[in-house]
Write a protein that binds this ligand. Structure first.
Ligand code: G3P
Length: 218
């Protein structure tokens, strides 16, 4: 399972890259607004830090022509830019048109396997089903993802599934079990994936015993 970071914060991206875990970056207008910088500056900074892995940038327009125009502009920012397109009828028309131009797309705001199926048939490179936001309204986010993975496997779609709106480490564990292609994870959750209380306790004991035994390696 590839790990993308769901953020526009450059320090978070740098850290995950240093940890050797970064396979890509996803942003959205909300995440870009949180940087406090002009969106273009924040996006350029990300692309400078991550020039060789997919970086999703989202359009703001909601009509077909507007989306295509914005996507062309965003695509000029880097060869690794993937255009996030909201799941709407115009959005799916835009995905088709952009595919014909060789521009990669990531269909966002996907909440059902049928929406994902339509996005894949439109030729999307990625689809982003939102797990946490379904859980928030008492729906089964992971259950939806399971169905989606099954459907895509059955028909051999090349569209990669990015599990998005991930809220906690158990979401990540279940994504990995289902066999999702990519999980885009907030920085806080990526950090939590390293943690286990027994690792901390175990290390503390080893260090105490090493001290008692006078072990000094160098
Ligand atoms: O970037 C899309 C998605 O991951 C947003 O997550 O936490 O705002 O539901 P969230």
């Amino acid at each position: 399972m590839k790990i993308f970071i769901d953020t526009a914060q450059i320090d978070e991206i740098r850290q995950v890259k240093e940890w050797g875990l970064l396979d890509g970056v996803t942003t959205n207008p909300t995440l870009l607004s949180k940087t406090g910088k002009p969106w273009k500056e924040a996006a350029q900074e990300i692309l400078k830090e991550v020039p060789d892995k997919p970086v999703s940038l989202e359009v703001i327009a909601t009509d077909f022509e507007g989306m295509v125009k914005e996507a062309r502009e965003l695509a000029k920012m880097g060869d690794n830019v993937v255009i996030k397109i909201p799941f709407t009828i115009d959005g799916m028309k835009a995905v088709r048109a952009l595919k014909a131009e060789g521009i990669k797309t990531n269909v966002t705001l996907v909440f059902s396997p049928l929406q994902a199926l339509i996005a894949a048939k439109a030729g999307a490179d990625y689809v982003s089903p939102f797990i946490g936001r379904l859980d928030d309204i008492s729906h089964d986010g992971i259950g939806m993802l399971e169905e989606l993975v099954e459907i895509f496997a059955m028909y051999g779609f090349e569209t990669e599934i990015i599990a998005a709106s991930i809220r906690h480490v158990d979401h990540v564990r279940r994504c990995a079990l289902i066999g999702v292609d990519i999980a885009t994870i907030p920085f806080k959750v990526i950090k939590q994936m390293f943690k286990h209380p027994l690792t901390d306790i175990g290390l503390e004991r080893f260090l105490e015993d090493a001290k008692k035994a006078g072990i000094s390696i160098l």
